[in-house]
Write a protein that binds this ligand. Structure first.
Ligand code: SF4
Length: 684
């Protein structure tokens, strides 16, 4: 069974609700349930009352609302919740496999202690004792760090407050466009609030790399906005992604050069007399007009100057345009990409306007927690680099819902650096690559088994808040991580000023003016507040970065492509997802990379030939697929393959493209960038 691009965009699971008693009404359910009931490890369905529990999906940061169909109080299928303000009844293939993932063979079934490379089961009390002993020597020393893969959950406030109480500010989110925007907007430009995009009210959406309709930000909500579009959608990027395929126009631009294209547009918009009030505008304008001239931008991006001029004119003519910049695969951007996109919005007068770029307020419920938006500005790659150099020496590393050993660039180096940290604790639902190497694995429940939340998922055009309510008791011996951290804090005599995680969430609801009971019943809060700006500044000093010439040693650009049905940075392909992988994506144990005919001819490659992608960081093996959906001198490679842990459905299939991505440092911000990686493609 294949699920094509259009299938993904329109993929909705049919509704089934009510309180009838079964025999199981399979006819009312769908393929997902049939698949899920056929896996041998899934318990046989018992007779019982049929019901529906609404909840919020936490399998990725998009924060979709789901309705979980239950039979005898056991979840059987997930479908979109039509009353959720973001996803409005939509669901992606990963979300549709949520129930199946409850019983995944890769789940961690209870606390584990690594004993010389072999895991042994321990109790939660033993785990707490081990950690309390380790951490009692840490209080105030700051030698504890944490990596979080939960982009928008309030659990971060509890964990960050705990870390702060131990004297550490080493709290890092997994890199994403949310962290890149926090760095560009809040740290470099002096902006306040969290950036979002009011797609629903825009009449011209320019996607600079951000693959809005396949994998980026609030992806299902983006698809809904596209479904009711009021004008044009233009996609700029190296690969004809899902967004490019359905957009009004696809403008092929080399990976990482979308910012140059943006500044090429800015050139024409400035020439048309547009201006903005941000500090440093005169200097910024001068630099753009002198250095991002049409001929230079054409040479760097390959886009004819006249085409750029035409799009600039369309942006000026649109009533409510918005520019969304981002990495083609959701991470690895430097500040230049984001600043260039934000600058276009400012020039067009689109900040905090209907259909424009919006700055949204944050709300925190844990007084002792640092500001999460500030924590998003901490660079995980800079931290890893500091550990490598010995500038930071954490003794204990907590990893919450994240898989850095799989989903960071230069994987081999990341692994050797994390090896230097003496004690690692993974709070993970699944035995992923990072959990497999941890000293302690303390399973956090699947989101259908725990109380959790999602505050304004990155990309949303308004403040939203919704809650994940437990649909079923934990199937295995898992404990919600914030609850365990509160127990651990108690054992250490650390007062976080919190009595329970539920109290934290209800306090957050109260601060927002939302009804806690209604949130638990599946209703979502939507707010209309925006943050107005008083200190915006334009950083001219970063502009030289876009003019850098490509490496000639590695002549082909690598364009990683995120495919949610293959997996994401947190999750491997669920067993159900395996059947959605297409023939030109995986053959046996080999995955495909994609080049166009001209590039393949230049490199002497033919369809189905084995190749190696070799970069300064590493290499991976693949088969060649020749397709005109990739621009010249680019190799597109899907992310999500090449797992070494998880289960037999995902392990050993294809190679991990993250290992080949190469970081370079952006001057003068010092940030690491890897959405412009280059490789050699050689015959294997
Ligand atoms: S897009 Fe993300 S949040 Fe939405 S259903 Fe899919 S996995 Fe869940």
């Amino acid at each position: 069974m294949g699920l094509d691009r259009r299938g993904f965009i329109t993929f909705l699971v049919g509704g089934a609700a009510g309180t009838l008693f079964t025999p199981v009404p399979w006819k009312l359910l769908d393929d997902v349930s049939i698949w899920s009931q056929n896996w041998p490890w899934i318990p046989k369905l018992k007779y019982g009352a049929k019901g529906v529990t609404p909840t919020t999906c936490k399998l990725c940061p998009a924060g979709c609302g789901l309705d979980i169909n239950t039979v005898g109080k056991r979840p059987v299928t997930a479908e979109g919740n039509f009353s959720h303000p973001l996803s409005q009844g939509g669901i992606c293939p990963l979300g549709a496999a949520a129930v199946q993932l409850l019983y995944s063979p890769a789940r961690v079934k209870g606390p584990l202690k690594n004993n010389g490379g072999k895991f042994e089961s321990i109790s939660w009390d033993e785990a707490k004792k081990i950690l309390a002993e380790k951490l009692s020597t840490q209080k105030g020393s700051g030698n504890v760090a944490l990596i979080s893969g939960d982009e928008n959950g309030t659990a971060n406030e509890v964990l960050a407050a705990f870390l702060a109480a131990l004297g550490s500010s080493d709290y890092y989110f997994m890199p994403s466009d949310a962290t890149a925007y926090a760095t560009a907007w809040n740290k470099i430009m002096g902006g306040q609030g969290q950036i979002g995009f009011d797609l629903e009210n825009s009449d011209y959406v320019l996607m600079l790399g951000a693959d809005l309709l396949s994998s980026w930000g609030t992806v299902v909500r983006n698809q809904k906005a596209f479904g009711q579009k009021k004008g044009q959608y233009i996609y700029v990027g190296p690969v004809q992604t899902g967004s490019a395929s359905v957009a009004d126009k696809w403008v092929p631009v080399l990976p990482g050069k979308e910012s140059v294209f943006a500044l090429g547009l800015a050139y024409y918009i400035l020439k048309a007399g547009k201006t903005c009030s941000a500090k440093g505008f005169a200097e910024f304008k001068e630099y753009v007009l002198t250095n991002y001239t049409p001929s230079k931008v054409q040479a760097l991006t390959g886009v004819p100057a006249n085409d750029i001029k035409k799009i600039a004119a369309e942006l000026i003519a649109a009533r409510r345009p918005v520019v969304v910049s981002g990495s083609d695969f959701g991470q690895g951007s430097g500040s230049l990409d984001m600043v260039a996109g934000i600058f276009l919005n400012l020039l067009l007068g689109r900040l905090n306007q209907p259909g424009g770029l919006v700055a949204l307020p944050s709300v925190q419920a844990v007084d002792k927690a640092p500001d999460l938006n500030q924590l998003r500005q901490n660079s995980l790659i800079n931290f890893i680099s500091d550990v490598q150099k010995g500038a930071k020496r954490p003794d204990v590393l907590f990893i919450y819902e994240a898989n850095p050993l799989y989903a960071l660039p230069q994987g081999a180096q990341v692994a050797s650096v994390l090896d230097k940290i003496p004690f690692k604790v993974s709070f993970s639902t699944f035995l992923d690559e990072t959990a497999a190497k941890a000293d302690l694995v303390l399973p956090t429940p699947h989101f259908l088994e725990r109380l959790d939340d999602a505050y304004t998922p990155f990309g949303a055009g308004a403040v939203t808040y919704s809650v994940s309510t437990p649909v079923i008791k934990p199937v295995f011996d898992a404990k919600p991580t914030p609850d365990f951290i509160l127990e651990l804090a108690g054992a250490l005599g650390v007062d976080l000023g919190i009595s329970s995680f539920e109290d934290v969430l209800s306090a957050k609801a109260e601060k927002l003016g939302a009804d806690w009971e209604e949130l638990q019943g599946g209703q979502a809060y939507v707010g209309d507040k925006k943050v107005f700006q008083s200190a915006l500044a334009l950083p001219t000093q970063i502009l030289s970065g876009g003019l850098k010439m490509p490496s000639s040693e590695y002549p082909i650009y690598l364009a990683p492509v995120a495919r949610p049905y293959i997996g994401n940075t947190k999750l491997a392909t669920p067993p159900f997802g395996v059947v959605t992988i297409r023939e030109n994506e995986l053959k046996g144990k080999d995955f495909y990379v994609h080049l166009n005919k001209a590039t393949a001819k230049k490199l002497g490659l033919k369809q189905d030939k084995k190749v190696k992608l070799v970069s300064a960081a590493g290499q991976c093996k693949a088969l060649v697929n020749i397709t005109e959906t990739v621009m010249n001198d680019v190799v597109a490679a899907p992310l999500g393959f090449g797992h070494t842990a998880w289960d037999d459905f995902s392990k050993g299939k294809g190679d991990n493209v993250f290992n080949v991505l190469t970081v370079t440092q952006e001057k003068p911000t010092g940030l690491y960038v890897w959405n412009n990686s280059q490789v050699k493609v050689v015959k294997a």
